[in-house]
Design a protein around this ligand. Structure first.
Ligand code: GLN
Ligand code: ZN
Length: 762
């Protein structure tokens, strides 16, 4: 019989219950028991729901209070000094959250043992998703051992609720490849030290009578570094020997295995899971490689997007797999990857356009699809006839995409090259050297949020809301003027979120009510759904920026979210290529640039914080992405004349391999995050001879600390060693929306003072 399986279920809860529980715990409003009770209730609910959907391999151990990579590191004792862990026994929540968020304390648990200066572990994107994991810091001194076995605990917890689950474990090789070695250690070299602990974990799962264990090895879908292939062979031979009674399912996702497919199929595991959404072509190759006794798990339902599955096509693909000798007996159907990356359920999305809603499937609906496909495969199409017909009809409803507009090369080009533009702009704005600006948002205080929420609920008079926002802008401009910010911003008070704000105003996007997806820890995002052709019915930001500009003689910086970020942070239609969808957005935003310019806004920032994360996992696909992403940015910016200064902002710290593309974007000024890395990043820009102006962040806005003038001066001096003053700006690392005024006011005053100090030295 075909097994309907799931690889992982959303953790945050249909109503973001986990988010609320975590935040209550951190604030000291609930204790450890309260937090654990809420987590257990969410797990129980998830298991029951999956079981009820007809899934027979329900995952356990996919849950994590904060992050599964962090919790794997904790279980194995991969914890650097300073976080209060004594070197044996389970890691306390105090240590876990100190690793995740830096030093802290609760009333219940004092901070004993935690270095008050302990910084959180570095956080980075989980492959090409918008989920962030904490990067384990490993050193060759670490003695790995199984200090805690949450997998066994959760397996047994589920058993008590009548659900025999399939534990999900992050495999040892991916765990090491995702970690960072301290003191230059290559994490892969730690494999021999780590394997016994993994062996112990599997033995204990065997003792607990687990049958299948899912070993996640997503790194198999990437370009493997040297030594990784050997590491896979070593690791899985050792694990197979450690727990001969268990059936290991090697789970791969986020792409095809390509050159790693033969390796994956050769490992001594009972089954292999393939992402057939990202790479359906690998099925035939895999069928030729697998041993007869091996199971194949087909990832047929897209775990990365919100569209319904084309059931007929999926079924046809599954049928091919049954043709293999013994294939019909050893088949699992599943989502392509964990459902962590899609919202819980469509049930309560009652406000969506029905013609869109019909085409959607969130986690719960995807599980129903998996179960249905498995039944149809076993019992014949007739059992699913109605669903198949409905699926066909709904797919046929998709309206054809608009004819792509004609884009001429001039549209992707500013009229003159940067040096000419820079001279024209300098003559117009007469900015001092090292001009001071901020990244756009000012504190989103409780008052600002409450005002927006009231307006959203229709409780406040729209005119009164408008007036309230205008007053906030007026106050912020008066303040920036008084302290001497050279290029003030209006403050983005009207924005709930930098993507949603525009998605709400553009045709082609839909907004969900509860479509939350975990981004990291308790942080969630609700990506809009890009489902139609994008059009801008009317200007979106002009009235706010014009109002701000009318209040000062300094040039106010207009503020837009760029086309790549508007694409990247949405769930995107799949009937046209991503680049075509991005081009539509770029054209709509281009109209906004033109309108801002016509309204007298001389400086416009087009934020692209998601530019890098769109980079495909495989190197061979990157050049194409960078080409079209850059072209889309240029298409938006290309509406600006020479005298209009285009800024862009990107806040992540890996640019080294994409500097060509960053330069090709040809923004007049780019602001980047450099405060934490102490200008490390800027050196890459200098070595590359980046030609335009740069605003390297001199204030780490992720920390509540107010930086002193001297610190910012020191950072700026090291920037001045890399770049001439004429091409250098002074600004924070990112927007100030998450900070409060008590932090922002003195910090911006210090920033202005730092600029004055430095100018006096020039
Ligand atoms: N302009 C935005 C802000 O200041 C940029 C946010 C971001 O980079 N993520 O909030
Ligand atoms: Zn930023």
């Amino acid at each position: 019989m075909t097994i309907a399986a799931n690889l992982g279920y959303p953790r945050i809860g249909p109503r973001r219950e986990l988010k609320r529980a975590l935040e209550a715990y951190w604030a000291g409003r609930i204790d450890t028991d309260g937090l654990q009770r809420e987590a257990a209730a969410l797990r129980r609910q998830a298991w029951a729901l999956q079981q009820g959907s007809g899934i027979s391999h329900v995952p356990s151990g996919d849950f994590a209070l904060y992050d599964h990579v962090l919790e794997t590191a904790c279980a194995f004792g991969a914890i650097p000094a300073g976080y209060g862990w004594k070197g044996e026994g389970p890691v306390s929540l105090l240590t876990l959250f100190a690793l995740a968020r830096g030093a802290w304390g609760t009333a219940e648990e004092p901070r004993t043992g935690i270095d008050p200066a302990a910084q959180p572990l570095e956080m980075t994107k989980w492959f090409d998703t918008n989920y962030h994991y904490l990067v384990p810091r490993l050193s060759s001194e670490m003695r790995f051992a199984l200090h805690d076995n949450p997998w066994r605990r959760m397996f047994e917890e589920a058993l008590r609720h009548g659900c025999r689950t399939r534990p999900v474990v992050l495999g040892p090789v991916s765990f090491l490849l995702l970690a960072k070695g301290e003191d230059g250690a290559n994490p892969l070299a730690l494999l021999p030290a780590l394997l016994p602990a993994y062996g112990q974990l599997l033995r204990e799962l065997g003792d607990a009578s687990a049958g299948w264990v899912q070993m996640d090895e997503p790194c198999l879908a990437t370009d493997l570094p040297a030594g990784a292939a050997e590491a896979y062979a070593t690791a899985y031979h050792a694990l197979a020997a450690a727990a001969p009674g268990l059936d290991l399912l090697l789970a791969t996702y986020f792409g095809g295995l390509r050159e790693n497919l033969a390796l994956s199929a050769s490992l001594p595991v009972a089954g292999l899971h393939l992402d057939l959404v990202r790479d359906p072509g690998q099925l035939d190759v895999a069928l030729g490689l697998l041993r007869e006794e091996q199971w194949l798990s087909l990832g047929l339902v897209n775990g990365r997007n919100v569209w319904r599955t084309d059931l007929r096509a999926a079924l046809a693909l599954a049928r091919r797999a049954t043709a293999r000798p013994g294939g019909a007996r050893r088949l699992m159907l599943a989502p392509s990857c964990s459902l962590l990356h899609v919202p819980h359920s469509l049930r309560e999305e009652t406000a969506l356009d029905p013609s869109l809603r019909r085409r959607l499937a969130f986690a719960d609906e995807k599980l129903a699809e998996v179960a249905l496909l498995a039944r149809a495969l076993d019992e014949g199409e007739a059992v699913a006839a109605a669903a198949l017909t409905a699926s066909d009809a709904i797919l046929a409803e998709q309206p054809p995409a608009a004819t792509p507009p004609i884009i001429t090369p001039e549209m992707e080009q500013r009229p003159s090259p940067f040096p000419v533009r820079a001279a024209v702009q300098q003559a117009k704005f007469r900015l001092p050297p090292l001009p001071v600006t901020t990244i756009g948002s000012l504190p989103q205080t409780a008052e600002v949020r409450a005002a927006r929420a009231e307006a959203l609920r229709g409780n406040s008079d729209p005119a009164a809301y408008e007036a309230q926002m205008r007053d906030l802008i007026a106050d912020s401009i008066a303040w920036q003027d008084a302290i001497g910010v050279d290029v003030p911003v209006h403050g983005e008070f009207e924005r709930n979120d930098m993507v949603k704000y525009f998605a709400e105003q553009l045709e082609g996007y839909a907004i969900t009510k509860h479509g939350w997806v975990q981004s990291y820890g308790s942080r969630c995002v609700s990506p809009p759904i890009l489902w139609g052709d994008v059009r801008r019915p009317k200007p979106m930001t002009v009235r706010w920026s014009s109002h701000a500009q009318s209040l000062t003689r300094r040039p106010v910086k207009g503020m837009l979210t760029g086309p790549v970020t508007m694409l990247q942070w949405a769930f995107v239609r799949e009937d046209i290529p991503r680049k075509a969808a991005c081009r539509q957005i770029a054209l709509a935003l281009r109209e906004e640039v033109a309108d801002l310019q016509a309204a007298g806004i001389g400086i416009i920032q087009i934020d692209e914080p998601a530019f890098r994360e769109g980079l495909p996992l495989r190197r061979s696909e990157r050049a194409d992405y960078l080409r079209w992403a850059t072209a889309c940015f240029r298409l938006t910016a290309g509406a600006a004349g020479d005298a209009t200064q285009i800024h862009t902002h990107m806040c992540y710290s890996e640019f080294e391999d994409i500097l060509d593309a960053i330069a090709a974007m040809d923004a007049d000024v780019i602001s980047i995050e450099t405060a934490r890395s102490r200008m490390e990043l800027l050196r890459a820009f200098t070595e590359f001879a980046y030609p335009n102006a740069i605003g390297p962040g001199v204030w780490d806005i992720h920390s509540p600390r107010v930086p002193q003038v001297s610190e910012m001066v020191t950072l700026a001096r090291s920037a001045l060693a890399c770049l001439p003053a004429e091409r250098l700006w002074l600004n924070p690392d990112c927007g100030c929306k998450t900070r409060n005024w008590a932090e922002v006011r003195p910090a911006v005053v210090n920033l202005v003072q730092a600029a004055r100090t430095l100018r006096a030295e020039l």
